[in-house]
Design a protein around this ligand. Structure first.
Ligand SMILES: Nc1nc2c(c(=O)[nH]1)N[C@H]1C(S)=C(S)[C@@H](COP(=O)(O)O)O[C@H]1N2
Ligand SMILES: [Mo]
Length: 197
C-alpha cells in the first residue's frame, strides 16, 4: 500500500481544513450502476485509432492496489484518511494506449460530469480507478462501481461513476474547468483558479 499523505496526522495541504463526516459532494442524482452491465470505454486519439470497451472482469484481472490518501475538494474541505482500493489508472490505460501526440484526457462519468486532465497526471502511481474504500465497496453516492481517484489533484478531477476515457491533443474542459477552476489543479501548489496560471 502506498501513502499519498492520507495517514492520520499528515499535515493538511495549504488552504484546506479537515471535515469529520464524509458527505458526498456532487450535482444531480446518484446513478445506480450494476458492475455486470457497467463498461469503461476508451476512445478518442488512441494509438490504433480504435475504441476499446472494458468490462468489470477486464478491470478485475489487473493488479489490485491500495492507496492511502485524503480527498481534497477545491472548496477547501478535506476528507482525511481514506484507503482507496482498485487498479492503477496507468494499468487501465495500457490496455488501450493513446497516440504519442495525445497528452490530454477527458474523464467522463455517467450523467454528464467530466474532468480534463493531463495524461501525465494519470500515470502517477497513486492514480487509481477505485472501486473500494476502507476495504468496502464504494457506496453508490461515492461512485460505485468505479471512480477516478487522483490524490495529488483536487477532487473535481476525479469523476465518480466513471464510464469513459478519451484521449486528445488539446486540453479538455469539464464543468469545473469551464467555470474558472484550474486546468491542472495540483493540491500541493494550490492550483484552484484558472487565473492563477
Ligand atoms: N460524477 C461526478 N463525479 C464527481 C463530482 C460530481 O459532481 N459528479 N464531484 C467531484 C468533486 S468536486 C469532488 S470534491 C469529489 C467528491 O467525492 P465524494 O462525494 O466521494 O466526497 O467528487 C468529484 N467527482
Ligand atoms: Mo469538490
Amino acid at each position: 500500500m502506498t501513502d499519498a499523505g492520507g495517514e492520520p496526522g499528515s499535515p493538511l495541504p495549504p488552504g484546506q481544513r479537515a471535515t469529520r463526516a464524509w458527505r458526498p459532494s456532487h450535482y444531480g442524482r446518484v446513478p445506480r450502476l450494476d458492475p455486470e452491465a457497467w463498461t469503461l470505454r476508451i476512445a478518442g486519439d488512441t494509438l490504433d485509432g480504435g475504441v476499446t470497451v472494458l468490462t468489470w472482469e477486464d478491470l478485475a484481472a489487473l493488479a489490485f492496489v491500495e492507496v492511502s490518501a485524503s480527498l481534497h475538494c477545491v472548496d477547501r474541505h478535506t476528507v482525511p484518511g481514506l484507503r482507496w482500493g482498485g487498479v492503477r489508472m496507468r494499468d487501465v490505460l495500457a490496455l488501450a494506449p493513446p497516440h504519442p501526440d495525445a497528452g490530454h484526457v477527458l474523464l467522463a462519468a455517467a450523467r454528464g460530469y467530466a474532468a480534463g486532465v493531463l495524461l501525465e497526471d494519470l500515470h502517477h502511481p497513486d492514480a487509481l480507478v477505485a472501486h473500494s474504500v476502507q476495504g468496502d465497496p464504494l457506496m453508490p453516492e461515492h461512485g460505485w462501481p468505479a471512480r477516478a481517484v487522483l490524490p495529488h489533484l483536487y477532487g473535481f478531477k476525479g469523476p465518480k461513476w466513471l464510464v469513459e476515457v478519451t484521449y486528445h491533443r488539446q486540453p479538455q474542459q469539464g464543468w469545473w474547468e469551464s467555470h474558472g477552476y484550474h486546468q491542472r489543479a495540483r493540491v500541493d501548489r494550490e492550483e484552484r483558479w484558472a487565473h492563477q496560471g
